[in-house]
Design a protein around this ligand. Structure first.
Ligand SMILES: Nc1nc2c(ncn2[C@@H]2O[C@H](COP(=O)(O)OP(=O)(O)O)[C@@H](O)[C@H]2O)c(=O)[nH]1
Ligand SMILES: [Mg+2]
Length: 288
């Protein structure tokens, strides 16, 4: 634990405060909130502020990026949430897996409300707001549901603008929101996991430190992923810095003059982790 003491990741820029206000102002207009959560870090990618911000509305949790996560851990999470009675759907938005389950889940959550309207001979228009941490797949989700490019998707946090209602069908409207984090991460590990998975802009973190911490984490949880990707043997007493050196050398990231190109190596390692080239990895399991 002591190794982590110097890393203090915080990212709560002004546009997130603005989004928080926007959600507060708009929540009254919606029937349900879908919260996107990254399957690789299901604890860290749940914004604790949402419990207060979204308290007045029913919620559906949408676990995204299941294609990148450890399937055993994802299914344990699913059971865990089921046990808590929380509505939850797992999706892989790159292939569309699970997307067809979302609207039926929404209708189940809102069943009583829909029936009340039907009893009066009225059709309920369902308005659903999509909230989540940056890069958790909110815009991709809207596009997958709509089957077209209705929302702007980018592989970097902070792209979506507020206020884009999208009509999915005659009775469902969706509202994309920009990703938000919160003021202070209670646990340093939470900031790290969000940074590893791309929810925190790389500019606010020292990328080489981040790479070393990713190596430290993988060494403990998924050592085989480093061995098979980079051909590095991992021993229980291997130092993350030595593994980092090893990856640099293996990949030939060497500067003129013979020094190792740590920065390039850090970028590649993070890219490959985020892109799934290191295998299906989950950083957080239930009951951990
Ligand atoms: N592999 C994979 N990539 C995803 C998935 N969902 C989103 N992405 C990618 O994650 C990045 C961020 O998605 P985006 O929808 O812009 O996230 P937002 O910031 O929450 O709106 C994009 O590169 C998406 O293509 C998923 O389920 N699987
Ligand atoms: Mg977006």
């Amino acid at each position: 634990m002591s190794d982590l003491q110097n890393i203090n990741i915080q990212w709560f820029p002004g546009h997130m405060t603005k989004t928080r206000r926007y959600i507060e102002k708009t929540i009254g207009l919606v029937d349900i909130v879908a919260e996107t959560v990254d399957a690789r870090c299901i604890l860290s990618s749940q914004n604790p502020d949402f419990d207060r911000l979204l308290a007045s509305k029913p919620r559906l949790m949408i676990i995204t990026k299941t294609d990148l996560a450890d399937p055993d851990i994802t299914s344990r999470w699913l059971n865990f949430f089921k046990g808590q009675g929380r509505a939850c759907v797992c999706v892989a938005l790159n292939t569309g897996k699970g997307v067809k389950d979302i609207i039926p889940a929404v209708r189940t959550v809102l069943d009583e409300k829909i029936r009340k309207y039907a009893a009066k001979g009225m059709k309920k228009t369902i308005r659903m707001m999509i909230c989540g941490v940056p890069n958790s797949g909110k815009s991709t989700l809207i596009n997958s549901l709509c089957g077209r490019r209705a929302a702007v998707v980018q592989d970097r946090p902070g792209v979506t603008r507020a206020g884009q209602w999208v009509s999915l069908s005659s009775d469902i409207e969706l509202l994309d929101t920009p990703g938000i984090l919160w003021n202070k991460f209670e646990d340093m590990r939470c900031g790290l996991h969000l940074a590893f998975t791309g929810a925190i802009k790389d500019d606010v973190v020292d990328i080489e430190t981040l790479a070393i911490e990713l190596i430290r984490t993988l060494k403990t949880k998924y050592p085989a992923s480093l061995t098979s990707r980079y051909g590095i043997e991992i021993q229980p007493d291997s130092e993350p810095l030595d593994i980092y050196d090893g990856i640099c050398k293996r990949r030939g990231f060497i500067l003129r003059g013979g020094e190792l190109d740590y920065e390039r190596c850090a970028k590649i390692l993070l890219d490959e982790f985020r892109g799934g080239q290191l295998g299906r990895i989950s950083l957080e399991a239930p009951y951990a």
